[in-house]
Design a protein around this ligand. Structure first.
Ligand SMILES: [Zn+2]
Length: 532
């Protein structure tokens, strides 16, 4: 690499991921550079909601204002029996109740008056019925538990309490957070400057319409997150809640009408016709170009390779243009990526390739074939039902290799590529690095099935709110996009221009591609206008 190029490369690295720390081939974001355990990221739905579930249910059963009164009443009673001053808090999280000793519990229970009892039992009892590990279960009266029978339909209240609060910004979720915060304020856990009153929790009833309610909501969300990070006492309640939820309620799949995209039940005649026309015009113009090309029959390696790569590009583009079923992910992305790889290779061979590079390209491919033949020979030595078929195949393949170069003269390269360089290097040297960065690399996720591809294309969220939003192996809707056909035909058009320049000395545009691009929009619109 030249000094200038090295400089350009390091400069472009600086522009992105600037604040990341490089460790080997990974770039570590600033927040993850802290020593392990120093930073905890909490998720409202997963980490907070199980703790505040009882508040949520209380709000749903009693209405917000009554829930505030009763929750604060309970918090006051608990603080009146807790002896360790360090323990005093709002007791808004279910796990806070684990730390109350048996003596304190015995002292506390009689302090719950009849009014509060009739509110707490149906709320906490409902949760206890389904979650035996519920840390507030000891507050429920044994009488209520034994006298109340509850089928699985009773779970609906809990499910609804969670469903309506999965979004942290929703009004029910905000009420829940404000109430928890208010309990902490009243208990003195959250301190206010002298002379400043604790804001009225009922202000949140104006949320999100008024400025003051939105300001309150923002402040409460920030405070609760900060408190969660500082919480010393960790309990197993949160993980136990999710695991038990999975045991007692089934997954919920997305509705059945998963649409597979545009082509189904549509008349595709127009699209198919222009695809066929492109294919036919493309073949004609390829012949015309070759008639004008300067070919050296004595050393044809260069034009042989270029011809093959350009024809491959046209073949892909034709197949895609004639099959709208391919215009969706991941198959569309995989095909386009093959085309872009061909385009980058062609760019490099034409701009940078020397005579020996074309020979090397051919030798590499023949070497791959020879390697396969060697493996076939190895397995054909053992007795197997398909032995004769393998022997025939070996004979055919060897004859094909020998028709080009004697097999015994052929080196086998088990390295990564024809030019002994990876595709990124080829793209950089051919000055088409952005084609690699912005098109080829992102599409690679679809080939390898990286998470960013499979999470979009192969998974759907479980709709049961008690399941935390895990994924199900369900195929979500995939739109059919005509940009797939455009990308394919454009890639071919680029290759065509490049080759025309290299072989004839003049840049010629692909008329087949121009015609297709002109006709595709109206053809696609005609399909969209068709009634479902
Ligand atoms: Zn599920």
């Amino acid at each position: 690499m030249t000094k200038k190029k090295k400089k350009q490369r390091s400069k472009s690295r600086v522009e992105i991921l600037q604040n990341h720390k490089r460790v080997g081939k990974k770039f570590i974001p600033p927040l993850l550079q802290y020593p392990e355990g120093k930073i905890s990221l909490v998720n409202w739905y997963r980490d907070f909601l199980p703790e505040f579930l009882w508040i949520a249910l209380l709000c749903d059963q009693q209405g917000y204002r009554a829930a505030v009164d009763n929750a604060v009443k309970l918090s006051d009673i608990v603080n009146s029996v807790v002896r360790d001053t360090k323990q005093k808090c709002g007791f808004c999280s279910a796990s806070d109740y684990l730390s109350i000793s048996s003596d304190e519990r015995a002292e506390l229970i009689p302090k719950i008056d009849h009014g509060l009892r009739t509110v707490l039992d149906p709320c906490l009892g409902t949760i206890l019925k389904f979650y035996p590990d519920f840390p507030m279960g000891w507050l429920v009266s044994g009488k209520w538990m034994s006298e109340t029978s509850m089928g699985l339909e009773g779970l609906e209240g809990i499910k609804n309490a969670v469903r309506t609060r999965t979004d942290r910004f929703s009004k029910p979720a905000m009420e829940c957070q404000v109430l928890a915060w208010f309990m902490d304020c009243k208990s003195g856990k959250i301190k206010f400057p002298a002379g400043m009153d604790i804001p009225d929790p009922n202000l949140i009833s104006e949320y999100p319409e008024t400025d003051r309610s939105r300001a309150m909501a923002a402040r409460v969300r920030a405070l609760l997150k900060a408190f969660a990070g500082m919480r010393e006492q960790k309990s197993d309640w949160v993980s136990s809640f999710w695991r038990q939820s999975f045991e007692i309620s089934p997954c919920e799949y997305p509705s059945e009408d998963i649409v597979h995209g545009l082509p189904e039940a549509k008349d595709l005649t127009g699209i198919l016709e222009i695809g066929a026309q492109f294919s036919s015009e493309g073949r004609t113009e390829l012949r015309d170009l070759w008639n004008k090309a300067r070919i050296d029959p004595y050393e044809p390696a260069r034009t042989n390779v270029v011809a093959g790569l350009l024809a491959r590009s046209l073949q892909f583009a034709s197949d895609i243009a004639q099959n709208p079923y391919l215009w969706r992910m991941p198959i569309g992305a995989i095909l386009i990526r093959c085309m872009v790889e061909t385009e980058i290779r062609l760019q490099w061979l034409i701009k940078c390739g020397k005579k020996e590079d074309f020979k090397e390209y051919i030798d590499f491919g023949l070497g791959q074939e020879k390697l396969l033949v060697e493996h076939y020979k190895r397995i054909s030595q053992s007795d197997r039902p398909d032995q004769q078929m393998i022997l025939d195949d070996i004979e055919q393949r060897e004859a094909w290799i020998n028709s080009q170069l004697y097999s015994f003269l052929l080196p086998v390269d088990i390295g990564g590529g024809a030019q002994g360089k990876d595709l990124r290097t080829l793209a950089e040297e051919a000055d088409v690095l952005d084609l690699h960065r912005l098109v080829y690399s992102p599409l690679s996720s679809y080939i390898h099935g990286h998470w960013n591809a499979i999470a979009r294309l192969n998974l759907s969220r479980c709709l049961n709110p008690l399941h935390g939003g895990h994924y199900l192996p369900e195929l979500p809707q995939r739109p059919t996009s005509f940009s797939c056909a455009l990308d394919a035909v454009n890639s071919y058009a680029n290759c065509y221009e490049l080759v025309s320049m290299a072989l004839t000395g003049a840049i010629v545009e692909s008329q087949a591609a121009l015609n297709y691009i002109k006709d595709l929009g109206p053809a696609f619109e005609a399909i969209l206008e068709q009634a479902d």
